[in-house]
Design a binder for this molecule. Structure first.
Ligand code: DON
Length: 599
């Protein structure tokens, strides 16, 4: 009953903005919840649809994708439309001033990874955030124009559309342009975000004017129009990505940089190249079924980490997250994976990343042997391993100097169309609202420079992660990422599309969603609702959601783990496929305002 009522409410409220047929299903998970503490009110079942499904953080974003699907576009057309729409309706993370990854699996089985991660500008230097006193200035790498890396989103979206889309850029951008031009109603969430980001946004005049109304502040229900962004989107729709990288938009951005202390030049923009990379692939046999896992290659650390973890857990009985031993062994696996991440992962165009060794089942077996079934190990004694493929001697890879770094906003969306094409895409400004600086062309700019090792031996400002010298700042390099868009195939058929924001916690959130679906056989929504935990080697503790029971927490403490309850881990927007009916199962994360819309 509740579901049916919500579908009607959402459909009627949004009919004004998006004239979709009433057969569209919508589930705005926020309607069901107060906050993370009230998981009893979370939806228990995924939203079902027979044809296509789009799941994002924002209902207007999901609807933009479904509008394109219903106009005959495929999953890639819809994904590009969704990404541009999120750049308008989810300013915290949706963007054209940042970067991201898109994993595409066509219905026929071809899988492609689009990398449009930002790069360091030519004038960036290794020690650019270190002051004369030798100390890291954490604000410099996270706030303002100097923290901005060359954005990749527009080039990446255009490349994905040209490669696999069927519609014109202008057509898929139409919903975004409409939302920017005509505006949309400010949600309570957006109003409260503007308020909580006020301190940093007000430091930059364009941000202050656009997002804070010069200090007057938006209230829920008020219409939010973004005319400068609309004009920029219109120019991109007309002239393609060249507009962003060489046209009027490029000149506006570079003039902002020159006036306000940023480093990005016209050459940096003109030289930006998105890349097509081979997705990482692993294969598992579980209960008589063949599973293929496709995930993000470097410069993401995510696919390597998830596959290394799944390999280590292969054959290890897992009972669920109300079982302390299952949590223990998985946390020990995470600890080892993050130790390897710290040392070996970086931009593959400049560093030799031993991907084959790290994702080899033989190496995983050796690491698994170091896990005690009932005692926690200490991160002080767990070092990165010596990755090698089966049949090859472990050779010490060139040791890398490492430094320590935890922490806030990115956005993941999943799309499946009627033909079975699938897209998993995670894109980001890094921090929530990125650098908090906005281009005069109306879009927020990333602070992705902080994903580099900003000072060896010193934690980065945002994420408390350990990172290697190979991830040091250098012109043209891509900073190491944890974004992990992932697609699962079961017995040759599309099965699960997943991904998350959360900095390093992305890896744990995605890993757990995959284990819940593939190993534990949970229903799609249950796979997303299930409690999450995270271990990133340092700090040496298991961060866990409140849903992990006190009994499990006590048992873990008795095994020697340090544990700490935190609000929530990740925001996984996933789509499962019902193995018997083929229906798309949209599972939005109720930890925030995730929204599954299908038809
Ligand atoms: O690429 C990365 O790993 C980070 N820039 C992602 C940041 C993030 O997920 C913050 N969101 N919650």
């Amino acid at each position: 009953m509740k579901d049916a009522r919500l579908v009607r409410v959402c459909t009627s409220l949004l009919a004004l903005a998006f004239p979709l047929p009433l057969s569209t299903f919508a589930q705005n998970a926020a309607e069901y919840r107060e906050r993370a503490e009230t998981e009893k009110s979370w939806p228990k079942q995924a939203m079902r649809s027979a044809h296509g499904m789009v799941v994002t953080d924002e209902e207007l974003g999901s609807r933009a994708g479904v509008e394109i699907l219903q106009k005959g576009g495929n999953a890639v057309d819809a994904a590009v439309a969704t990404a541009f729409a999120l750049a308008v309706v989810e300013p915290a993370a949706g963007n054209i001033g940042g970067g991201g990854f898109m994993l595409v699996r066509l219905a026929g089985g071809k899988t492609t990874f689009f990398d449009y991660r930002e790069v360091a500008p030519e004038r960036a230097t290794r020690d650019m955030y270190i002051g004369a006193d030798g100390k890291l200035d954490p604000e410099a790498s996270t706030t303002g124009y100097k923290s901005v890396a060359v954005p990749g989103t527009v080039a990446g979206l255009e490349l994905a559309l040209k490669t696999y889309g069927t519609m014109k850029l202008a057509d898929v951008m139409a919903p975004a342009i409409r939302l920017a031009e005509e505006g949309f109603a400010i949600s309570p969430k957006l109003a409260s975000e503007f308020a909580s980001e006020r301190k940093d946004l007000q430091r930059f005049s364009v941000s202050r004017r656009i997002f804070l109304k010069n200090g007057v502040m938006y209230v829920p229900g008020e219409t939010f129009k973004q005319p400068e962004l609309a004009a920029t989107l219109r120019r991109i729709a007309k002239n393609g990505a060249a507009e962003f990288y060489r046209g009027e938009t490029a000149h506006m951005l570079v003039s902002d940089m020159a006036q306000l202390g940023g480093l990005i030049s016209l050459e940096d923009l003109a030289n930006y190249q998105p890349k097509v990379r081979e997705a990482l692939h692993a294969h598992y046999e579980i209960d008589g079924h063949k599973w293929d896992v496709f995930s993000a290659p470097p410069p993401s650390s995510g696919g390597v980490a998830v596959i290394e973890a799944l390999n280590m857990l292969e054959g290890v009985p897992l009972k669920g997250w109300d079982d302390a031993e299952s949590v223990h062994v998985t946390a020990e696996v995470m600890r080892r994976v993050f130790a390897d991440r710290a040392v070996y992962l970086a931009d593959p165009d400049f560093a030799k990343v031993p991907v084959d060794g790290l994702t080899s089942p033989c190496y995983a077996k050796e690491l698994r042997a170091t896990i005690d079934a009932v005692h926690a190990s200490s991160s002080k004694t767990i070092q990165a391993g010596q990755p090698h493929v089966c049949g090859m001697e472990a050779r010490m890879a060139a040791p890398q100097e490492i430094s320590l770094n935890d922490g806030p906003h990115t956005t993941h969306f999943s799309v499946v169309d009627a033909a079975g094409n699938a897209v998993a895409s995670t894109f980001t400004l890094n921090d929530s609202y990125g650098s908090h600086a906005t281009s005069s062309a109306g879009f927020l700019l990333n602070d992705e420079m902080d994903d580099f090792t900003t000072q060896p031996g010193v934690p980065n400002a945002l994420f408390g992660l350990i990172q290697s010298e190979a991830n040091a700042i250098a012109p043209g390099h891509r900073p190491l990422s944890s974004m992990t868009p992932t697609i699962l195939v079961r017995d040759g058929k599309l099965s699960f599309v997943t991904g998350s924001p959360g900095g390093p916690r992305i890896i744990s959130a995605v890993l757990l969603s995959v284990i819940n679906w593939m190993r534990l056989g949970m229903e799609a929504q249950a796979s997303i609702n299930a409690p999450r935990f995270h271990h990133q080697w340092f700090p040496d503790r298991i961060a866990m959601e409140n849903q992990i029971s006190p009994q499990v927490q006590n048992a873990l403490n008795a095994m020697g783990h340090m544990t700490r309850k935190i609000g929530h881990i990740g925001l996984v927007n996933a789509i499962g496929i019902d193995v018997t009916t083929g229906e798309r199962l949209g599972a939005a994360d109720p930890r925030d305002e995730g929204s599954a819309v299908g038809y």
